[in-house]
Design a protein around this ligand. Structure first.
Ligand code: V47
Ligand code: SF4
Length: 368
């Protein structure tokens, strides 16, 4: 039971009453919650909202990531993964190599495909890869290509993004990951990812994906140079898009990791308290998103487990071989087993539920 008098004493009475009544929070409510002392006031409200939606269930997924190439025409300052063509460490996986990385494993509920915007690797490569993944895993959700990659591939092919999205859907893609959103503020983008598509184009590609029948996720990279107001505007833009096209499944707050990337000279990443509070604010502001993910790869397993009591209802998955966070200094493991994920969820007082990419219950026996 929430102590409403406590919220009144902190000037958060309105926000508290709105959450209890299931009403939408304003940006001013969000700012007041962000500025409240510690993460707990926002956290308790977020936990209330997550419990109303999901009870004590926490989701996880048996999945694998494939990063087809780290060669990228963009030069985001926070990225430790990207290489220029010809640079040491640059790679492109053949379709066969990418498949071999996956098929070394048994059953999968989700395949996550994401990488750089290669200057010449075109849509045909990705269509072939997705078709082959679909053949190898007829029942897995294929979650492939961020809005940034889709915009890039459409530009390379000289086609409209909707055409590229329809081709990807026909090749077996079910949904798109939420990467590349960063922070929509043009001020921040001009500094941290000047070559990347604008926030407006990111939202527009996602709207087109939803209309083409693809579900998508959404992210926010936080804890570098953005203000609290810019984070709240990011949430607001996402929830307006969701009101319009309704295809977002899950939001993932991504804590900036400062290792081996140029932005790390001036930014150190969010504190644990900030990560908890941002998870809580995501749950509270994104009232039309079903799922909030605590992505253990970037947060670390211990902090991700705490996020489950601050509004998150998903711990992502088994993963195996992740490059983007680990190249930027993530100290987390490359892989968690199903047993480890379930034990982590239970130890936080929740009931684990295995899902596919679209959050449908996974029923097939796992061999992990
Ligand atoms: O777009 C890059 C971020 C994203 C850093 O949709 C960094 O289910 C922290 O979006 N520190 C890719 N983050 C990862 C991503 C994702 C991951 C897991 C699940 C899903 C999903 C999506 O990683 C990039 C960028 O925002 N990123 N560098 C860094 N130094
Ligand atoms: Fe390229 Fe993505 Fe890295 Fe930006 S974050 S440089 S788009 S791989």
């Amino acid at each position: 039971m929430l102590d409403t008098a406590l919220y009144d004493r902190h000037g958060l009475g309105d926000a508290c009453r709105k959450v209890l009544a299931g009403e939408r929070l304003s940006l001013a409510d969000g700012l007041a919650l962000y500025r409240s002392p510690g993460p707990h006031l926002a956290g308790a409200l977020a936990h209330h909202a997550r419990t109303r939606r999901h009870g004590d269930v926490t989701h996880y997924v048996l999945n694998r990531h494939v990063n087809p190439t780290n060669i990228c025409v963009n030069d985001c300052l926070f990225c430790a993964y990207r290489r220029r063509e010809g640079q040491e460490g640059a790679y492109v996986l053949t379709v066969e190599d990418a498949l071999a990385k996956l098929t070394a494993f048994g059953h999968l509920d989700e395949v996550h495909i994401v990488g750089g915007c290669h200057p010449s690797l075109g849509l045909d490569y990705y269509l072939e890869l997705c078709r082959r993944v679909r053949q190898a895993y007829p029942d897995a959700s294929i979650k492939a290509l961020t809005a940034v990659e889709v915009a890039h591939l459409a530009d390379l092919a000289g086609m409209d993004e909707s055409e590229a999205l329809t081709a990807l859907r026909q090749a077996g893609v079910d949904m798109m990951p939420g990467g590349g959103a960063e922070v929509f503020s043009p001020r921040v983008r001009a500094k941290v990812c000047p070559a990347k598509i604008s926030g407006e184009r990111w939202l527009s590609v996602m709207g087109k994906a939803h209309r083409a029948g693809l579900a998508t996720n959404a992210t926010m990279l936080f804890g570098h140079m953005e203000t609290l107001e810019e984070r709240l505007e990011h949430f607001d833009a996402l929830r307006r898009q969701q009101d319009e096209t309704g295809g977002f499944k899950c939001f993932i707050p991504l804590p900036y990791l400062p290792g081996a990337n140029p932005l790390g000279e001036s930014a150190s990443g969010p504190t644990a308290q900030d990560a908890l509070k941002t998870t809580a604010l995501a749950r509270l502001m994104l009232d039309n998103f079903d799922h909030i993910k605590a992505y253990w790869v970037m947060l670390g397993v211990k902090l991700a487990m705490l996020c489950l009591s601050y509004g998150a209802d998903d711990l992502d998955g088994t993963v195996v071989e992740e490059r983007i966070g680990h190249d930027a200094g993530s100290q987390s493991a490359q892989e968690l087993s199903v047993a480890e994920l379930e034990a982590a969820i239970r130890s936080c007082g929740f009931t684990p539920k295995r899902r596919d990419g679209l959050f449908r219950e996974a029923t097939e026996a796992s061999h992990a």
